[in-house]
Design a protein around this ligand. Structure first.
Ligand SMILES: [Zn+2]
Ligand SMILES: [Zn+2]
Length: 452
């Protein structure tokens, strides 16, 4: 068989000088598709004697670190895996990261807060067993793959302005909800908010997910601890039922008042549909996340992690900012999503909405919040997980030098000199390394999970 160009390119890559060094660099960024290439130096000096123990001059690569699957599937997979551990350790504990398994005993719920309706959209009303209960309000029985699902039945009557303004305030609405939740909890316990802070601590991890209609809803694991967070037991009055009631009341009463482009008052709140589900640690809740009354913590963690790497959920939606309103016409997204982008672009041109930076976020249909957020006391942070990895690498170097970290001074001086891979053969080879390393990481994590 005649080798293809591709094979020839790959062979040229394997045999070129410096291939081994290149390969090690690719592995050092776990096969990132768009690594940042740095040149500079790193000097490790012994503090007491001033002796230079290691002087690295040359080039180092750093992974792009994106969470967006479309931009770099490798870094997105690592991000999702980190996110999984971050959520999971707050649900089940992780002694290796200093989070007590007691967190599983605390009052906690999995809550879904949805946007309200801005007009009827094509939908499927599914009952038990996945069968359609009734036709869409347009009269049709839509198939699961119908591209009209989630789009406005009557675009002229759909309140795009309110939808975009809601979306632009969604992050703020969530923030207000958490404040209201503390207030409701304090009230239920018969204390003032200031006293509540000394008695208990509210923790959460939440993810924003785009619905088909182009609006985000929030999934959140919400937990109540003692005043010191994960390390302390919640007070006796803090029952699961009390937490559930407070979540419902807070979701219902959270409101932000803004002005429409006409000056008319618009109240932004969550939709009446609030979904609260129990979180179990062991068996139970093993089915689809959509139809179980309770949900297993490991499943919940992977669900949240998966959504953290998605973008708008609009098929082939843009991942980059729009430069002009004409950009919108060229996109291959539904007329409904385009209408949201156009509305965001137009409102973004009005001085009244300047602070919302709507044009900058038009490609995200107005949402400018974070996809994955958590309160400080929930568990570890993504930054800490990365630090652990970086420290691990440093620890290896120091072990080889036979010195302790406290005894040395590390000075790094790097400058970016390039981005990404240069040829298709390089990209292909990096992707293969990425796959192998990710598999190894996931196997290791699984094994660790079983040992626990
Ligand atoms: Zn990357
Ligand atoms: Zn319909």
């Amino acid at each position: 068989m005649k080798p293809t160009d591709n094979d020839a390119d790959l062979r040229a890559l394997f045999t070129r000088p410096g291939f081994r060094t290149w390969k090690d660099k690719v592995a050092s960024v776990h096969g990132c598709a768009a690594p940042i290439k740095l040149r500079g130096s790193s000097i490790i000096t012994h503090k007491a004697t001033g002796k230079v123990l290691k002087d690295t001059v040359g080039s180092v690569w750093v992974p792009c670190g994106t969470r967006r699957e479309k931009l770099c599937p490798t870094c997105a997979a690592w991000y999702a895996d980190d996110a999984f551990h971050l959520i999971r350790s707050g649900l089940d504990g992780d002694t290796a990261k200093g989070i007590s398994p007691d967190v599983a005993e605390r009052p906690r719920w999995f809550a879904t807060l949805t946007p309200p309706s801005f007009g009827p959209v094509h939908s499927r009303v599914v009952g038990a067993g996945g069968r359609l209960k009734r036709p869409c309000s347009c009269g049709e029985w839509h198939s699961e793959h119908d591209t009209r699902l989630g789009t406005a039945i009557d675009p002229d009557a759909y309140d795009y302005e309110a939808a975009v303004l809601w979306q632009a305030h969604a992050g703020k609405l969530w923030h207000r909800f958490t404040i209201a939740l503390r207030r409701h909890l304090a009230h239920a316990a018969g204390m003032r908010v200031a006293e509540f802070r000394d008695a208990a601590r509210l923790s959460y991890a939440k993810v924003a997910e785009y619905q088909r209609r182009g609006l985000v809803h929030f999934h959140a694991a919400i937990r109540l601890d003692g005043p010191e967070g994960a390390a302390t037991r919640a007070p006796a009055w803090a029952t699961k039922e009390l937490l559930a009631d407070a979540i419902r009341a807070a979701a219902e009463h959270t409101v932000i008042t803004v002005a429409r482009s006409t000056g008319e008052v618009l109240e932004l709140r969550f939709g009446a549909q609030l979904d609260l589900r129990d979180i179990t640690t062991e068996a139970g809740g093993s089915g689809e996340i959509n139809d179980e009354a309770d949900i297993r913590s490991s499943r919940l963690a992977s669900y949240i992690a998966k959504y953290a790497t998605k973008s708008t959920g609009a098929h082939d939606g843009p991942d980059r900012k729009l430069r002009s309103i004409e950009d919108i016409d060229r996109l291959s997204v539904s007329a409904h999503h385009k209408a949201m982008m156009r509305t965001a672009w137009e409102l973004g041109g009005l001085p009244a909405y300047e602070e919302l930076h709507l044009r900058r976020w038009a490609h995200m249909l107005g949402f400018r919040g974070h996809f994955l957020t958590k309160s400080r006391a929930w568990s570890t942070t993504l930054g800490e997980l990365r630090n652990i990895r970086a420290r691990f690498r440093l620890a290896e170097t120091l072990a080889a030098l036979e010195v302790a970290e406290d005894d040395v001074l590390v000075v790094n001086d790097w400058e970016a000199v390039g981005f990404g891979h240069d040829t298709d053969a390089e990209r292909e080879y990096a992707a293969a390394i990425a796959e192998a390393l990710l598999e190894r990481k996931l196997n290791r994590d699984n094994k660790r999970g079983q040992d626990r």
